[in-house]
Design a protein around this ligand. Structure first.
Ligand code: HEM
Ligand SMILES: *[C@@H]1O[C@H](CO)[C@@H](O)[C@H](O)[C@H]1NC(C)=O
Ligand SMILES: *[C@@H]1O[C@H](CO)[C@@H](O)[C@H](O)[C@H]1NC(C)=O
Ligand SMILES: *[C@@H]1O[C@H](CO)[C@@H](O)[C@H](O)[C@H]1NC(C)=O
Length: 425
């Protein structure tokens, strides 16, 4: 047993049930560090640079990559019922609709890790981080809901704890999402907006959605929210790390793979299915909570999971194209009043704004702020997250953040409103 493992098990009574795969995933991996360092040299080349590092030799194996959701597979689509929880994440909604996750939409850390690896090829490190964070800030420390607060009858005795993904605005759920609206603009943060899907497709000409088209669309959404939402807030974790995931996951996890397109080809029909959209361009219709894994769909190559260093590389590439993505700050209660914070002040001098575009600094910065969110659970459980986080940070070679001074964030009403609602720190 490694020291990390002992520390983790020693922390809380609940830790006995903490999945071994999480502990395995968050161990320090020097080879990942070396690859993460390469990103620095390759970064000018854009999205393809990350592929060249993380998917050096194109691989396709039909039998291994096929995800069978046809009748009789045990994973055919079943629409959610009135008591099933569905929320802002189309991937997790689809997993629940196909019974890869419990149909209720309430699952354990281990179930989230297993399904994200198995169905779409997420790296164990990224899956573990996302799932543990969900349990800490949206759930009871072990389980959490992909929608709102679970009602009686769903999950175990602790299941009433935690507000789920939909209830985690500024902790997990972020502004300027691809197809979901901003909470303080629309009154909800999880319903698919057909018009936004329409805009995503318009930003992606030629019958396919690419990482480049998604990055361009993200830039457009970012500007639109500054111009339309007086409470737009680009948080240190939610803006810097969750927002990019909401875009890169679309291509990296939803694209169909084949011998001709081993990195993935994302057609309009495939993305429509994953987002529960029907109709044609100009008249798309959104069906809430009805996200579907397409028939005859092939996931990414098992040998090339989408890991934390891979994601950090995509995050950095997008920010090199659009440095505004790393501007932590928000509107001041009126549209077009976006004001950035002083990153040096926020981090007690560890980072400055220019540093964030270097190496893994942006990812490091964001992950460190993930631990600043107010947990829904006891602090002892939250400490598990910090342990898991510590290992993520060492994989990325992050500088130590000693002190966080978030007094500046109080000037943003979008941040304040979620603080008052008891949502965030
Ligand atoms: C345990 C794993 C996961 C967690 C904790 C998670 C969490 C979240 C959260 C909190 C959001 C809201 C972000 C926002 O406000 O923009 C979100 C959105 C999103 N997630 Fe996930 N997710 C997970 C796995 C996945 C997977 C496997 C996929 C793809 C198959 C996926 C695709 C997306 C997309 C595309 C969005 C943006 C939706 C939109 O606004 O259009 N996620 N996820
Ligand atoms: C998918 O599952 C169905 C039902 O079990 C089965 O008949 C079919 O052969 C499977 N397809 C493949 C390609 O394995
Ligand atoms: C995925 O690609 C294969 C090979 O081109 C194709 O047969 C299959 O229909 C595609 N699936 C989807 C969902 O587009
Ligand atoms: C950050 O700025 C606030 C006021 O905006 C100030 O009170 C605080 O002392 C500063 N912190 C650091 C570490 O410089």
């Amino acid at each position: 047993m490694s020291n990390t493992l002992k520390v983790l098990f020693g922390l809380a009574p609940l830790a006995a049930a903490f999945p071994a795969s999480v502990l395995e995933a968050v161990k320090f991996h020097p080879e990942l560090q070396a690859r993460a360092d390469n990103i620095l040299q390759e970064r000018q080349a854009g999205a393809a640079a990350a592929q060249a590092i993380f998917e050096p030799v194109p691989i396709f194996n039909a039998a291994e990559q096929y995800v069978n959701v046809s009748a009789g597979s045990g994973h055919e689509y079943v629409a959610p019922g009135p008591n099933d929880l569905r929320g802002p994440c189309p991937g997790l909604n689809a997993f629940a609709n196909h019974g890869f996750l419990p149909h209720s939409g309430y699952a354990t850390i281990q179930q989230f890790i297993d399904t994200t690896e198995e169905v779409v090829g997420m790296g164990t490190d990224l899956a573990a981080f996302l799932a543990v964070l969900g349990a800490a800030v949206d759930g009871d420390g072990l389980s959490w809901s992909i929608g709102g607060t679970p009602g009686p009858g769903i999950g175990g005795p602790l299941s009433g704890l935690g507000n789920g993904l939909s209830g985690s605005h500024n902790k997990y759920e972020s502004d300027a999402s691809p197809t979901r609206p901003d909470l303080y603009e629309a009154g909800n943060d999880y319903k698919t907006v057909a018009k936004q899907f329409e805009q995503l497709i318009s930003a992606s000409p030629g019958g396919q959605v690419t990482l480049e088209s998604l990055t361009a669309f993200r830039s457009q959404r970012f500007d639109t929210q500054i111009a339309n939402n007086p409470y737009f807030f680009n948080g240190p974790f939610t803006g810097v790390a969750v927002q990019p995931a909401a875009y890169t996951f679309i291509y990296r996890f939803m694209a169909n793979h084949s011998a001709e397109a081993p990195y993935g080809y994302l057609s309009y029909d495939t993305i429509k299915s994953w987002f529960g959209i029907t109709g044609n361009q100009g008249s798309y219709v959104a069906h809430q909570g009805q996200e579907k894994i397409p028939d005859n769909w092939y996931k990414r190559a098992l040998a090339y999971p989408y890991s934390i260093p891979y994601f950090a590389s995509d995050l950095l590439n997008a920010a090199l194209l659009h440095p505004k993505f790393l501007n932590v700050g928000g509107n001041l209660g009126k549209t077009n009043t976006f004001t950035g914070v002083d990153v040096t002040n926020l981090t007690g001098g560890v980072y400055n704004a220019g540093d964030l575009l270097k190496g893994n600094n942006a990812a490091c910065f964001a992950y460190q702020f993930a631990a600043q969110a107010k947990p829904d659970v006891a602090l002892s459980v939250f400490n598990l997250l910090n342990q898991a986080l510590g290992s993520v940070l060492s994989v990325l070679g992050c500088p130590q953040l000693q002190h966080v001074d978030d007094a500046q964030l109080q000037m943003f009403p979008g941040y304040q409103k979620s603080t008052q609602a008891g949502i965030t720190k």
